[in-house]
Design a protein around this ligand. Structure first.
Ligand SMILES: [Zn+2]
Length: 411
């Protein structure tokens, strides 16, 4: 019996890690640099496009310019063409967000958001905003194009916000309504200025804050750079309140901002020269791949959980394996988890090849929150820097559940 249980555990674990990495690799490959480049050029007026069946060149997306409504229509038509439920979320005479929704097949009422603002500065008739923020908007559209082809357990919303440049009006409107409806938001990734990398060093900032699951989202993004071998150098920094993620943080929703390195910031920002020709498209492409792979992790049940013994409709949010802290770590880190009921708990560490590194817990535990320290000094021969997976398995009267998370040892 014991042998069967551990064999089952191994199969469950193996299937979860392999199917996860193969599926997100597919998404990484499908994010196209050519379509990303074209969307940025069309949004920033570097080339014309077709909107409402007629040729049009978007010269300005400032809220008071005709191109702002045209850009909203352009995004609307893109989302619709991918089969998304698409809405114009109007909040004033001039303001409208564009929201594309792909419903989850099992938990349609819980959603993840990938967003960016499409309006621009300066206020005149020439306001290309190629970096700020055609780059992020184009990434949102490209991620929508790719993720719309897959079915997922949770809903994902792709949102292009308007009037970010007027103190985040569009995102405040959306987040306030989400809060008043008591929406369950699994997390937000906001992309704002992901196209400029003047020295081509690949540095990218991830803005994080201790609000809801923000730190976990930031850590996932950080770990995915290495996991998918993306040529980026991520840095997690304290969140600044100058883009649309702030509207969510302020209402206690987990939200991060991904933005180009603050030390190599676009010098043409908010000028008539924020043009396509000054962008680093391979850099924007890698950030788009990173965002797509991370977002997909948040809208899929762990495949292991879905084959749990008794009830394949159990929502894994019913028990929580929290992100380790600190992360990245050296030499030790804390891992916490919460049980809604007593059960037999097994917590193991694996390397990315699926080899077991350590067993931290293997005993029954009461309901409530528990914590354990993982100290790499206790491992014979030590451990190399890299990504490790910690896997929590719970056997309770209601079934058996597994949840995995990643952590990074950085020596
Ligand atoms: Zn911006």
């Amino acid at each position: 019996m014991k042998w069967i249980v551990s064999l089952l555990f191994f199969l469950v674990f193996a299937s979860s890690t392999y199917s996860q990495s193969s599926k997100s690799s597919t998404v990484i490959q499908e994010i196209s640099i050519d379509s990303l480049r074209l969307f940025i050029r069309q949004l920033s007026g570097d080339t014309s496009t077709v909107i409402g069946g007629a040729a049009y060149t978007i010269l300005s997306r400032h809220k008071n310019q005709a191109g702002n409504d045209k850009a909203a229509q352009y995004i609307f038509e893109k989302f619709s063409s991918y089969g998304l439920i698409t809405e114009l979320d109007s909040f004033s005479i001039t303001g409208k967000n564009v929201v594309g929704t792909k419903l989850g097949v099992r938990f349609p009422n819980k959603y993840f958001i990938v967003c960016g603002h499409f309006d621009t500065m300066p206020s005149g008739p020439t306001s290309p905003g190629a970096d700020d923020n055609a780059s992020g908007t184009a990434a949102v559209i490209e991620i929508a194009r790719v993720l719309s082809k897959f079915s997922h357990d949770y809903t994902i919303k792709f949102i292009a916000f308007d009037e970010e440049e007027q103190d985040l009006i569009g995102s405040h409107h959306f987040a306030a309504r989400a809060l008043s409806r008591s929406d369950t938001i699994l997390g937000v990734i906001n992309l704002d200025m992901i196209g400029f990398d003047g020295n081509n060093d690949g540095k990218v900032d991830i803005h994080s804050k201790a609000v809801a699951n923000t730190v976990q989202i930031a850590n996932e993004i950080f770990a995915n750079v290495a996991e998918h071998s993306l040529q980026l150098i991520p840095r997690i920094v304290a969140s600044l309140p100058y883009s649309d993620h702030e509207s969510f943080l302020r209402r206690n929703f987990g939200a991060v901002l991904i933005i180009e390195d603050a030390g190599d910031f676009n010098p043409r920002y908010h000028t008539v020269n924020d043009r396509f020709q000054f962008l680093n498209i391979p850099y924007a492409h890698r950030i788009t791949q990173l965002t797509a792979a991370t977002a997909q992790e948040f809208i899929r049940l762990n495949p292991a959980t879905s084959i749990a013994k008794n009830d394949n409709q159990v929502d894994p949010m019913q028990f929580n394996l929290f992100q380790n802290y600190p992360n990245p770590f050296n030499p030790s880190t804390h891992i916490s988890y919460r049980l809604n009921e007593a059960g037999i708990v097994q917590l193991k560490i694996y390397d990315v090849m699926g080899r077991e590194v350590a067993t931290l817990i293997n005993e029954s535990k009461s309901a409530g929150t528990h914590s354990v320290t993982f100290d790499t000094n206790s491992i014979d021969g030590g451990l190399n820097s890299g990504i490790y997976i910690y896997s929590l398995k719970i056997n309770s009267p209601n079934g058996s559940f597994v949840q995995n998370r990643k952590m990074t040892l950085l020596k």
